[in-house]
Design a protein around this ligand. Structure first.
Ligand SMILES: Cc1ncc(COP(=O)(O)O)c(C=O)c1O
Length: 392
């Protein structure tokens, strides 16, 4: 039996609506969002969906995070606390703004930042907290830590479309800025794309300028008022993203329904930890955390042998152990900004420094690909395969 995948047409929701949208955009002859209407409409629809005043579209999730980091304006050498379990798109924008990523350890079961570890990592140069809603589970407790320290909270919602906090607020609306990705493997896609949401008009303006070369484009002027890049989304991408955004509630409903079925089917298995709160989880992937002596690589191999799309650990190594942080130069041959923090704040990277994250990646975390097109039969086969793999 084959499993629908986000890499294939049968595992995506790209259909007549997206074809119509792209054709509509093409027919106007205007493919740039500076003068077109699709991307501006997408921003309004995204803001409305999240009940926030501002949304800004851009070219990727990494770009969205770069807009957010640039907007909170770290001084060179300032620190931003983030998670060691994420895509590098969470961290690269910190380095690109000449700030230093500080990794706090994660909860051993959710893989989300541990608020106590974040609080302990706050120092005199901390400029922001960048939390990741890993696999679509809300990273809770960070707003309180950020507020207590007077810091902005950036939420990385790339994997967390329509994730809800326990009090039902949407991920992306609890922090200062929420960042989303429309890359191929996300809940909805336009190939590559990003969106930020915020309630803060000043930050929204900074982000819009940063995405468009620092060019306000008001009153026909050609003045560049701040440092910016070209991170604009095209009208073609924007038109597709609008059609996809309209399908988002259906995508989430389908993923939650089948994920609940798998949670129920595996609930009695000893040594297996499943996400809590399936109705608020976005189920980008279905994560399972195993108790020793179960081993993630071993269980993933058994599942793969049965054709189940599963992978051990999610990453090859947690981000604080990735060569880009432990050894590679950032600019030219220089490791700046990692090479020049004050001596008492040298960033601590490498194995042995974030044990919960390291254990998840190397021993306990298993992720199963998830998809809105899974049927009950897909779920029942996965459940049976997991049961065999962990009870042999
Ligand atoms: C948690 C997380 N953050 C950031 C990114 C970066 O997004 P993008 O690939 O759209 O640049 C991704 C996905 O790739 C992600 O999963």
């Amino acid at each position: 039996m084959s499993y629908p995948s986000m890499a294939d047409a049968d595992g995506r929701t790209l259909g007549a609506e997206e074809i119509e949208a792209v054709t509509r955009a093409l027919r106007t002859g205007m493919l740039s969002s500076v003068w077109g209407t699709e991307v501006r409409a997408l921003e309004r629809e995204m803001a409305a969906l999240h009940a926030v005043p501002h949304a800004v579209a851009c070219s990727s999730g990494t770009a969205a995070l770069h807009l957010a980091v640039a907007a909170v304006a770290p001084e060179p050498g300032d620190e931003i606390i983030t998670s060691p379990i994420s895509d590098i798109g969470t961290v690269a924008p910190i380095l690109a703004q000449n700030a230093v990523p500080v990794f706090a350890d994660v909860d051993p079961y959710t893989g989300n930042l541990d608020p106590d570890a974040v609080a302990a990592a706050i120092g005199p140069r901390t400029r922001a907290i960048l939390g990741v809603h890993l696999f679509g589970a809300a990273a809770t407790g960070l707003r309180a830590v950020a507020d207590a320290a007077g810091l902005p909270l950036i939420e990385d919602c790339a994997q967390a479309w329509l994730t809800r906090y326990p009090d039902d607020r949407l991920a992306g609306t609890v922090g200062t800025i929420g960042c989303f990705s429309l890359q191929q493997w996300k809940h909805i896609t336009c190939g590559d794309g990003g969106l930020v949401v915020t309630g803060d008009a000043t930050l929204a303006r900074r982000m819009r300028l940063f995405a468009d070369k620092g060019w306000p484009r008001d009153g026909g002027t050609r003045r560049y008022v701040s440092l910016g890049l070209n991170y604009r989304m095209t009208e073609l991408a924007g038109a597709v993203a609008r059609a996809q955004l309209a399908k988002l509630p259906g995508v989430l409903a389908a993923r939650r329904r089948t994920a609940r079925r798998l949670v129920a089917a595996l609930a009695d298995l000893p040594g297996v930890h499943l996400p809590a709160d399936p109705d608020r989880h976005a189920w980008w992937l279905f994560p399972i955390v195993l108790d020793p002596p179960l081993d993630n690589a071993d269980v993933a191999a058994r599942l793969a042998a049965e054709g189940v799309p599963a992978r051990a650990g999610y990453l090859d190594e947690p981000l604080h152990c990735a060569p880009v942080l432990t050894e590679a130069p950032c600019y030219g041959t220089s490791r700046y900004p990692l090479s020049t923090p004050p001596a008492d704040r040298v960033p601590e990277y490498g194995w042995g420094t974030r044990p919960n994250a390291e254990r998840l990646v190397t021993q306990t975390l298993l992720v199963i690909q998830w998809n809105e097109r899974y049927t009950d039969e897909h779920v029942d086969r996965i459940a049976a395969a997991v049961r065999r793999a962990v009870t042999r």
